[in-house]
Design a protein around this ligand. Structure first.
Ligand code: F6R
Length: 243
């Protein structure tokens, strides 16, 4: 695991964008693994800027998102599909048919949907670079503490802490899903490169556990210790508990 500490969250975004750019420069039909949440928004802004300046094209890129709420319509503003469209897809030249999220709706068989998602990753040739954020409890994707390190894409219940952390994004009284379909930890580890970004003081404890703690299902992000090409980008605040 390579840990890079930068001065600010905006430097983290710029650095991450340059890594995505150099991957796509080298391999225009790259397969990107994408994340939602607050952290990657600044990265997506950088990528949109590079596209607008004519320095980057996503025309041949395929993308696979880490997770999506269970039984949520794609045009629901709380869905991760909506988030991706709003923050990235609609601003760049990616073919929307090449953008995948792990969806599952009431009436569908979660195992079948999960297997189809994994199959699509395989058919695309595997993920070249997976972008990750970090939950304050050490989760990656929606793999909450105690998730099996060997887990693959499946429907998961969210923990009370994650529901609470995410409640800031929902209006009072608005329905907040408590289940999601997520890539598993083993699915994430299959990616050829991992790029985890963590910024802000509220991530400092999880960062310390991920990097210096034992490999443990209690901190799903500690699984990155097993990956040969995992890069962790931190701002000073997120790195503040590292010795
Ligand atoms: C999002 C995801 C989550 C977030 C994590 C951090 O697709 O998989 O694991 O990366 O909850 O979220 P933020 O960036 O909002 O702190």
């Amino acid at each position: 695991m390579q840990v890079i500490i930068l001065n600010s969250a905006s430097q983290v975004a710029v650095h991450a964008a340059l890594r995505v750019k150099s991957l796509i420069d080298e391999k225009p039909d790259s397969v990107l693994g994408l994340a939602t949440g607050s952290t990657p928004i600044a990265l997506y802004k950088q990528l949109v800027n590079l596209y607008r300046k004519g320095e980057l094209s996503f025309a041949q890129v395929k993308s696979f998102n880490l997770d999506e709420y269970f039984d949520i319509a794609p045009d629901n503003p709380q869905s991760y599909r909506y988030f991706m469209t709003k923050n990235l897809f609609k601003h760049i030249d990616i073919d929307h048919n090449n953008t995948y999220l792990p969806t599952c709706f009431i009436g569908q068989n979660p195992r079948v949907e999960a297997a189809a998602f994994e199959k699509n990753i395989q058919l695309a040739g595997g993920v070249d670079l997976q972008i990750l954020g970090l939950g304050a409890n050490g989760h990656i994707g929606f793999n909450e503490p105690t998730s099996s390190l060997g887990s693959r894409t499946r429907v998961k219940s969210l923990t009370p802490q994650t529901i609470k952390d995410n409640s800031r994004l929902f209006e009072q009284g608005e329905y907040q899903p408590d289940m999601a379909m997520t890539m598993g930890i083993a699915t994430i580890l299959d990616s050829r490169n991992l790029l985890l970004m963590a910024t802000g003081l509220n991530k400092a404890k999880a960062v310390k556990q991920m990097i210096t703690g034992p490999l443990s299902a209690m901190c799903p992000a500690s699984a990155l210790q097993m990956h040969r090409d995992a890069v962790v980008l931190l701002d000073r605040e997120a790195a503040s508990e590292l010795d």
